[in-house]
Write a protein that binds this ligand. Sequence first.
Ligand code: HAS
Ligand code: CU
Length: 551
Amino acid sequence: MGEYTLTRSEKRFIGWHLFVAIAALSIGSFYGPMQAFNYAGWNFYPTLRKWHIAQNYYQGLTLHGVLNAVVWTTFFITGFLTFNVIYGLRRPLKYPKLNALGFWMMVVGVLLASYAILANQASVLYTFYPPMKASWIFYLGLVLLVVGSWIEGYGFYFTLYEWKKQNPGVRTPFIAFASVATMVLWQLATLGVAIEALFMLLPWSLGWLEGIDVQVARTFFWWFGHPLVYFWLLPAYISWYGYLPRQAGGKLFSDTMARLAFWLFILLSVPVGFHHQFVDPGVAPAWKYIHALLTLSVVIPSMMTLFTVVASLEYAGIKRGGKGLLGWLAKLPWDDPVVAAQLLAGLLFIFGGIGGVVNASYNTNLILHNTAWVPGHFHLTVSTAVTLTFMGISYWLVPYLTGRELCCRKVALAQVYLWATGMAIFSQAMHSLGLLGAPRRTPLGEAPYVPPEWSGLLLRVGIGGIFLLTSVYMYVWIMAHTAFFGRKAEKPVEVQVAEPMRDVQLTPAWLDSWKPWIAGAVGLILIAYTPVLIDLLSHMVPVDAPKMKLW
Ligand code: HAS
Ligand code: CU
């Protein structure tokens, strides 16, 4: 790929996405360690209450979950995907105003939802399960966030369509293809939560419905909730396939495998939601079994990714002079924050992935469901594989967008290692606590039933929190310093898109054709959900929120 530069306004537009993402992270990440400290017995909530920045544990937990898991990710992702579409296709967006409309709608949505949470009117956690009921402002904010992201996605489709018309027979450049695929996955996924919010939660919170069926709501939520995690993950995979091999000094081992992995995600990500509902009543075991099988199938594209990315890295390490079976490992640029972030993210994700398979297995799920194991799992996945990779991406993307040099490279390197260490300590302790029966979503520091064998682990959760609190504010500081006060770069940042080892045109044409895969995905969703939904919808038991307020 030769040089191609984005215009100033394109850079600014993407920059705004990252700005909102990092702003959300900087608030949300304050409350994460507050939970960890509570576990360790250092309870700051009385002080936070005095300062009027969180009334209770659940408000803090909601701020943490929504701002980090939903806002930081969605904004970072839409910004990064916009970059990939423009840079990958080497052309402007077809309708930049449409994308701008989507973006500002998302911003309004976030402001509304954040207002509701900050006012303690929506301390319903990031899964907002009914019958907990939030203010309608919260649900309206969510709807705007989702619809805005759809509009940004439509902007991508129009742009790709135009490019394809002008480039018949040419394989879509991987970073652009994979970005549009991520959006398609997101749009299939969000149908579930859109139905839940528009037809159930929003009218219910406005008083237009007296009650809603909790099981139906949960089922639509998890239709969305599982593929949501791949909406987070796939942009990290785009970076691991599309940039990391070159950043590490090598090439992408197989463009064919990379594309096939993305198609498999489109095909298999959605019809798996019942692996979050193994213990829910009202769903026949046969359907849980089918979803469990499909869940284990959607592990395959991740195993393929493990293989392809490690093969690409091995090639890079050998080119850098690595000898023997594992000598290449030591030769990788572990001192480059962009690369180190992604290597550490990938290494910890191996454990996150193994945990995922344990979760997906019905019999082991019964032991760990609703325990601290689950947050242990997702801090290795969304908070490390994804977030640490995004941090690594921003260490080149923000300098590219602002034309300023990354300030303090050494601090950035330390930040990345601190994050990985903190997460390793935190997650290991959380997994172990879960196996000992410690519940999730619970202020364990104040619980009267904590047995002595938990205490060492609870302390380790708190210590992990100290590492993470330090690391995240180092990151925010580096970003702010680079974007606003960084030295003007003498030469522009080179965007390091990885070349595949084989000519891209040799990738089979069926891997560049959308219809069969999307049709397959829709078919599988219909098979996996229709009979259960018909059954659930014909036995609805609408309930209202408890009269007392839960928080
Ligand atoms: Fe999960 C619960 C199953 C992946 C996130 N998951 C959650 C929740 C979240 C979450 C947020 O089946 C909690 C939801 C809630 O609040 O209730 N998960 C899986 C499975 C996978 C999986 C089978 N999860 C993720 C990812 C997430 C995520 C990814 C976020 C981004 N998960 C479950 C289940 C539950 C669950 C149940 C419900 C539990 C319950 O009962 O509540 C798989 O997709 C994992 C496959 C991954 C691999 C790893 C491949 C390794 C790679 C690394 C490459 C290495 C590199 C570096 C690049 C098999 C690709 C190499 C470096 C060198 C130096 C060489
Ligand atoms: Cu899942």
